[in-house]
Structure formats: C-alpha cells, structure tokens
Write a protein that binds this ligand. Structure first.
Ligand code: 5GP
Length: 217
C-alpha cells in the first residue's frame, strides 16, 4: 500500500515576489491589473506613500496614503520590506502582507522602482523575480503620460525628465519587456510567472513527492 499522498494534488511551494518596474506611463499598471484579474494565486502588495492621492485613487486599494511622520515611524519600526524616495515623495512596502502570502505559497506582485528592487534583491534574492517594462518609444511614453492627464503638465514634464534615468536601470532586472501591446505583454509576463513557479527551489514539496514515489515501489 502506498503512503504516497501527493498524486494529482498540487506540490507545496514557496510563493515568489514578482516585481514590475518601468518609467511612469510605460503601461505597467494596466499589465498589473489584467494579471491580477487572471491569476487567483497572486495578490498586489499595496505600498504606503506620502504622496497625495490622485483624483481616482482609493486609500487602501491603490496605496495606503500616510503622513511623513507615519512613514518615518514605519521605517523606524522595520515595518517596511523596502523603502525609497521617488520624485518628491516617500514610498515603501509593508512587510506583513508579503511575508504571510509567501509563507502560504501565494505570489505577490510589486509595482516599485529600481531602488526598491535593489533592496529586495539584496535581502531576498531567492524569492525575487523582476521584470522591467520599457515603452516602445519616448514619444509614446509622453503621449501616454498626457493622455492619463491625472498629473499636471509640470509633473508630466518632470516625469519625462526622469524617465531616461529610470530606464537606465533595465539591465539590473531578470527580464525586460517592450510594451508594444498590452495583451502581448500580459502573455509574456504570464509565461515568466509560469516558468518561475516551476523553479526547483520554490517547489518545497518535491522532496516529499519523490520520496512518496519511492515508497510506492
Ligand atoms: P506613482 O506616484 O506614479 O504612483 O509612483 C511613482 C513611482 O514610485 C513608480 O515608479 C512606482 O513604481 C514607485 N513606487 C510605488 N510604490 C513603491 C514602493 O513601495 N517602493 C518603491 N521603492 N517604489 C514605489
């Protein structure tokens, strides 16, 4: 009689941290939204920020909007997995959600910049999968930023100025995608996710699975 219990069931695995970075306007927010809709095992890491909310943004959904004092208290309490100043505001990733999800074998999606990605790489390289999303051209990037029109023209100009800087960090990422078409980019991110979930070191239940097969003989 076999003591093998894994037949047909999923192999236990550790969750991964999927980071999508890009200059503002390259399309990563749309890719993230579509990815979350189609991947039940993936949840968004909601960052804290000291930036004021844009008109359509909801506290607790897009960000946790906090005061500078609250942010600095979180940094001091080591409640953030990574944190950085981006443009003129502070951003950071609350630790608790991410740690709970990874331990339960669920994956977490991050929309963070290159500074945060470097910190995750330094502290949790094994759990990290990073993708840089590039716009098809700078002209297209400017068009998308204006079309979004949630920011003032001043902010748009400032962000365009920083886009080249941000883009210079693409070689630090595991993968790079040029976002010509959202559906095509989505398919590519899903392919990466599928392959990365199968990495041997993430499939913590494999030992039990293989030992179970040995027990069957
Ligand atoms: P926005 O203000 O347009 O929402 O975001 C500006 C930049 O901050 C984006 O590049 C975004 O990826 C980055 N960002 C958002 N949340 C975090 C975070 O928690 N940590 C870091 N390092 N960057 C973040």
């Amino acid at each position: 009689m076999s003591s093998f219990t894994n037949a047909g069931g999923p192999i236990a695995r550790r969750g991964l941290m999927l980071v999508l970075s890009s200059p503002s306007g390259a399309g990563k927010t749309t890719i993230s939204r579509l990815l979350l809709e189609s991947e039940p095992n993936l949840s968004m890491s909601i960052s804290v920020t000291t930036r004021p909310p844009r008109p359509a943004e909801i506290d607790g959904k897009d960000y946790f909007f906090v005061s500078e004092a609250h942010y600095h208290a979180m940094v001091a309490d080591r409640a953030l997995l990574e944190h950085a100043r981006v443009f003129d505001n502070y951003y950071g990733t609350p630790k608790s959600h991410v740690e709970n999800e990874l331990g339960r074998g669920r994956d977490v999606l991050f929309d963070i910049d290159w500074q945060g990605t470097q910190q995750l790489a330094a502290n949790a390289r094994q759990d990290l999968v990073s993708i840089f999303v590039l716009p098809p051209s700078l002209t297209e990037l400017a068009r998308r930023l204006r079309e979004r029109a949630q920011d003032s023209e001043d902010v748009v100009k400032k962000r365009m100025g920083r886009a080249a800087d941000e883009m210079s960090h693409w070689p630090e990422y595991d993968y790079a995608i040029i976002n010509h078409d959202v559906q095509e980019s989505l398919a590519r991110v899903k392919a990466i996710l599928t392959a990365e979930r199968l990495r041997r070191h993430r499939q913590t239940g494999l030992v039990e699975f293989v030992n179970g097969m040995r027990g069957e003989q």
